[in-house]
Design a protein around this ligand. Structure first.
Ligand SMILES: Nc1ncnc2c1ncn2[C@@H]1O[C@H](COP(=O)(O)OP(=O)(O)O)[C@@H](O)[C@H]1O
Ligand SMILES: CC(=O)OP(=O)(O)O
Ligand SMILES: [Mg+2]
Length: 361
């Protein structure tokens, strides 16, 4: 079965053709334009033109925020397509791109099922204490304010790979997983299920990200608004697009920051690692045993300096530095202490599996 998967990030689009019989990518396009652009549509058409006609079985779309209604992979009809439009305010960097892509591809490939795979689904079973914000009852009940959690497609894949690498059924594993990339978050997995995670109602909470601030004191936000220093729009732009590694170090890619040797770059990396360790230690409080730490996402995979810094600083949880980062494949990279694993993020393979399952008649 051949599945087209599309992953609309905040600034780019990744499209893959996956053969689900052997879980293999047969063609791909890394599109450096937002999904809602003529350039992205042109590159997608070129990918589709390379396909033998009739070869495609289904299209799988990553949906960053499923909101209260879309809690598992779902075949898209007009009702579902309308529900997705309602979600744009919850993840403004991502969902508008997903909507544009869904409209475009449902026109181009009208004869095949389209499946939306929510990132939030992995966290459906969060315990009540972990998903509840201490806010007035009316806010929670009337407006649905709660922790959702994101990066679930990546976590599901990382969990599966960790099971294979540790030689244990995924459903028996207790793990800390850090997805470190353009957006970053951590997750505590107990017996194969998410029991806590650092992102919340939106993908802005938690770790330092490429351009997003992650958690800041809510009192700071109130102060900026109340004293008229910033408008709501300026505040949103600052937190979503001008903060994080970019705000601290002037560059959004850790490879650029590591290559530099100046105090801003060093501070950006130190704050990133400090916050990652802090969130991991907080997530560990939801586990009674830790079988391993899985580092995934672009930074988790290709930035050994940060992997080392994070693991070496978590001795309190039983991890040690001295990682074996010279590896080509997913692997256990710790030489002592609890297992540390690096797993390449393969959201496209997880998306293809979920799509194939949901699209079966
Ligand atoms: N070491 C790194 N390797 C790859 N990407 C990195 C690294 N450090 C930061 N990044 C950022 O992560 C982004 C890729 O993550 P991704 O989640 O796909 O982005 P988005 O969803 O915003 O399009 C890159 O555009 C880059 O800005
Ligand atoms: C949820 C999220 O932040 O996704 P990404 O890392 O792809 O931006
Ligand atoms: Mg992404």
């Amino acid at each position: 079965m051949l599945v087209l998967t599309v992953n609309a990030g905040s600034s780019s689009l990744r499209a893959h053709l996956v053969d689900t019989t052997d879980n293999r990518v047969v063609d791909a396009a890394e599109i450096g334009h937002p999904a809602d652009s003529e350039e992205a549509r042109k590159e997608l058409r070129e990918l589709l033109d390379r396909l033998p006609s009739g070869a495609l079985t289904a299209v799988g779309h990553r949906l960053v925020h499923g909101g209260p209604e879309i809690t598992e992979p779902v075949v898209v009809d007009n009702k579902v397509a309308d529900q997705v439009r309602e979600l744009t305010s919850l993840a403004p960097l991502h969902v508008p791109n997903t909507v544009a892509l869904l409209d475009f591809l449902r026109d181009e490939i009208a004869e095949r099922p389209h499946v939306l795979c929510p990132d939030t689904a992995f966290h459906n079973g969060l315990p009540e204490a972990a998903r509840t914000y201490a806010l007035p009852r009316r806010w929670r009940e009337d407006w649905g304010l709660r922790r959702y959690g994101f990066h679930g497609i990546s976590y599901a894949w990382a969990l599966r790979r960790a099971g294979e690498l540790l030689g244990k059924p995924a459903g028996e594993l207790n793990l800390l997983i850090a997805h470190l990339s353009g957006g970053s978050s951590v997750c505590a997995v107990r017996e194969g299920r998410s029991v806590d995670t650092s992102m919340g109602f939106t993908p802005l909470e938690g770790l330092v990200m490429a351009k997003r601030s992650g958690t800041v004191d809510p009192g700071l936000l109130l102060w900026l608004l109340r004293t008229g220093k910033l408008s709501v729009d300026e505040l949103e732009t600052g937190l979503q697009k001008e903060s994080g590694l970019l705000g601290l170090g002037g560059a959004e890619d850790t490879r650029d920051l590591v290559a530099r040797d100046d105090s801003d770059a060093r501070l950006a990396l130190e704050v990133f690692a400090h916050r990652a360790r802090r969130e991991l230690a907080a997530a560990a409080a939801s586990l009674d045993r830790i079988d391993g730490l899985v580092l995934t996402g672009d930074i988790g995979w290709d930035q050994p300096e940060l992997a080392e810094d994070i693991a070496a600083g978590l001795g309190i949880l039983g991890f040690r530095g001295g990682l074996d980062t010279a590896r080509e494949e997913d692997a256990v990279i710790s030489r002592s202490g609890l297992p540390v694993l690096t797993v390449q993020s393969r959201e496209e393979l997880q998306l293809a599996m979920e799509t194939a399952r949901a699209a079966q008649p």
